[in-house]
Design a protein around this ligand. Structure first.
Ligand code: ZN
Ligand code: ZN
Length: 353
């Protein structure tokens, strides 16, 4: 049976005007048995949206709708979909598909599949370009669709889908919990979640920021220590770094962070900088002396997403957000680029179907 369906979204059409997003119609991917179709009500604004719109990660497809912190109501499910039904409230993060056959997919690490489909700016096998959440609707594979507990409001759930999950996954994987000291570098969208989750998991949390205007907020978020200059040698079990751009004078910065780690401590980077912005060099001594490890992490899998939502539900955790109608997406993406956001923008649906 052939079908013609159009969704609408706020799309980039001219990369020279990266923040001028205009309502544009687009064709969604072909609906299959594993797909869930969602009428979008909310979408958070992620730094990835800005990197993509500004072409910092290379030339994007055009027109392009960004947004991958999506919450909405299920309007259609494929024949193979289990545990999700029409009318359910669900979320979608930064990926919407994978091969489901490789080792990573089979072991429940589907977010690391080499053939993963990103929520926007990815090409499906049928040639359709994936389009994100500043839109009326989206289709996603059921493995990338997360039911949201009734107790969590949609406006709070939205930014958990990328920002929340991206830091939940390494906190969980590397053992944040009672008796552990966790450092969080950069208290923005991701960092504020890392702080909230790590506290909820029972860890002692050290927050690092260069922005003094955030200190009162960080205290309210529950950080045990807000510090930067005091020596913290051999103190932390885990550092989550949300920093993406280290800037020009960053020599030695990573060595300083690594010196804070306790024996076998881990430094995990979750930032995703522009292509021309590598991390500063690290001296081998800085790794050897504390016997520490450096690594990275990319979003999270479905099991972790469901655990994160359960943690937020059981502990009543609410992110710090600013809501605005989707038509204000220009203001939102510019606010993220200029670090004005406190601590995540969430867009609410306003496109007439
Ligand atoms: Zn994101
Ligand atoms: Zn795979």
């Amino acid at each position: 049976m052939s079908e013609h369906v159009e969704f609408k979204g706020y799309a980039l059409t001219d990369p020279k005007k990266w923040s001028d997003l205009k309502v544009t119609s687009f064709e969604p991917k072909t609906f299959t048995g594993d797909d869930v179709e969602i009428a979008i009500t909310h979408c958070g604004v992620c730094g990835s949206d800005v990197h993509t719109l500004t072409q910092g990660w290379g030339e994007s497809h055009l027109p392009l709708v960004v947004g991958h912190e999506i919450v909405g109501k299920v309007t259609r499910v494929g024949g193979k979909v289990a545990g999700i039904k029409v009318g359910d409230r669900v979320g979608v993060g930064a990926k919407i598909g994978s091969c489901m056959e490789c080792r990573a997919c089979k072991e429940g690490q589907e977010n690391y599949c080499l053939e993963g489909i990103s929520t926007y700016n990815s090409e499906y096998p049928d040639g359709i370009i994936s389009q994100g959440g500043y839109a009326t609707a989206i289709r996603a594979h059921q493995q990338f669709v997360f039911p949201i507990p009734d107790e969590i409001e949609s406006r709070y759930a939205a930014s958990m889908m990328c920002a929340g999950l991206t830091v939940y996954s390494p906190l969980k994987t590397y053992g944040a919990g009672p008796g552990k000291k966790v450092g969080v570098i950069g208290i923005g969208g991701l960092g504020h979640y890392a702080l909230l989750w790590a506290k909820a998991m029972g860890a002692e949390v050290y927050a690092f920021t260069h922005d003094e205007s955030k200190i009162a907020d960080i205290e309210k978020m529950g950080a045990d220590v807000i510090d930067y200059h005091k020596p913290l040698a051999r103190k932390l079990d885990l550092i989550i770094s949300t920093r993406d751009n280290y800037g020009k004078d960053a020599k030695g910065v990573l060595d300083q962070y690594l010196s804070m780690l306790y024996v076998h401590g881990k430094f995990i980077s979750v930032g995703l900088p522009d292509e021309d912005s590598p991390m500063p060099p690290v001296h081998a001594m800085s790794l050897a002396m504390p016997g520490c490890l450096m690594g990275g992490s990319s979003i999270g899998n479905k099991k972790e997403a469901l655990e994160m939502l359960e943690l937020a539900r059981s502990k009543g955790i609410k992110p710090w957000i600013e809501e605005m109608p989707m038509k204000d997406c220009k203001k939102a993406v510019e606010g993220v680029k200029e670090s004005r956001v406190r601590y995540r923008y969430v867009l609410t649906q306003d496109i007439d179907n």
